[in-house]
Design a protein around this ligand. Structure first.
Ligand code: UT7
Length: 330
């Protein structure tokens, strides 16, 4: 029996507080003009002091479960992609399982930085196709503000908080996951890193004084890898699905920088620029959550027609990257 894994419901959650470029001008030596021209970002969202990755993830998850026409008890497995877990352990997936009351579900965190949503989707697809499970909840949630240095202008303008989720099922209407391609390169691990807090550099007065619990990024280098890796992941994914590039009607890329998105878009010459979906201007870079938030908003804004193909692509620390091809089906 051939089982087709499909995204049957999606959800997202963005915290209320808005951090504008004008707010950032008051915090570091930057300007609205620099941020807009170099990144395309105008605003991003910030979680409140009592709002955490698990809670934001659970809200997005609840919406995805409702959108799928299911209840929490139907969920067999919860996969959570995050680089800002509530704790190093236990997993954020277990905390979300409790918040949802998903009593039958197994729970697991995935660490693939900004590519986490696609890594989780790939696992969910395999679990469904193997027949092991029927309904898998994929959650991507980040409280990046908790590891952002608001004194470092080269990173603090980029990141925002938020969550996304989807239910991957073996039955029902939705977006069939046709192919997924993933990659990684640990040689470049230091280009984008939170140096302290793990076993190599446990928290100490020194690590705090040296700002080693914040995100550090070699922006320029990361930028070049991002374009190259997402382009090749897209190509591999399209080839694996044995379709033509011209068959794709939407591209939903990781929302790290409008210039990276535009570079990817150039590859899809047949697509008008509005078909390369963007949320970067209003939410900034929400790491693992970003592709899922954009996919959810695309589904709510557009009524996707039977057969329409959507290409997701992402890139992040690790380095990690990937692409996934979806097809709308009833
Ligand atoms: O999600 C994971 C993947 N992340 C990414 O893919 C992000 C990839 N990197 C980027 O998006 C870009 O590299 C950044 C947006 C981070 C930086 O843009 P850039 O065009 O690469 O700028 P740069 O780092 O080369 O810096 C250019 C100048 C520097 O000044 P000097 O040395 O030329 O005098 C920076 O100090 O811009 C300066 N600068 C800023 N100026 C005003 C850096 N940040 C700011 C700022 N405001 N916020």
């Amino acid at each position: 029996m051939i089982r087709v894994a499909r995204i049957r419901g999606t959800g997202a959650y963005l915290p209320e507080r808005v951090l504008t470029n004008q707010d950032l001008e008051q915090m570091v030596d930057t300007s609205d003009e620099w941020i807009v021209t170099r990144t395309g970002m105008k605003e991003r969202r910030l979680a409140g002091p009592d709002e955490f990755t698990s809670g934001m993830g659970a809200k997005a998850a609840q919406r995805a479960i409702e959108d799928a026409g299911l209840v929490a008890d139907d969920i067999d497995f919860i996969l959570v992609a995050t680089l800002t877990p509530d704790y190093l352990f236990p997993s954020t997936a277990c905390l979300i399982q409790q918040l949802l009351g998903a009593k039958k579900a197994a729970s697991l965190d995935i660490q693939a930085a900004c590519t986490g949503y696609l890594y989780a989707l790939s696992l969910a697809k395999s679990f469904i196709e193997s027949g092991a499970y029927r309904h898998i909840l994929v959650v991507a949630a980040e409280k990046l503000s908790s590891i952002t240095n608001y004194k470092d202008r080269s990173t603090c303008v980029l990141f925002g908080d938020g969550a996304s989720a989807c239910v991957v099922s073996s039955e029902g209407e939705g977006l069939a996951i046709q192919s997924v391609r993933l990659g990684s390169d640990g040689e470049q691990a230091e280009l984008l890193i939170q140096p302290a807090g793990g076993c190599r550099l446990p928290a100490s007065a020194e690590t705090v004084a040296n700002d080693q619990h914040f995100i550090r990024m070699a922006g320029n280098e990361v930028f070049k890898h991002a374009v190259r890796r997402m382009e090749s992941a897209c190509k591999e994914c399209i080839d694996a699905a044995q379709i033509d590039e011209l068959d794709i009607s939407w591209v939903v890329p990781h929302q790290a920088n409008i210039r990276i998105i535009d570079a990817i878009a150039k590859r899809f010459k047949h697509l008008p620029s509005e078909r390369v979906y963007k949320t970067v201007q209003k939410y900034g870079n929400t790491s693992a959550s970003s592709v899922g938030i954009a996919l959810h908003e695309l589904r709510k804004e557009q009524s996707l027609q039977e057969g329409e193909k959507i290409l997701l692509t992402a890139f992040g620390a690790g380095l990690t990257w990937g692409a996934a091809l979806l097809q709308a089906q009833r």
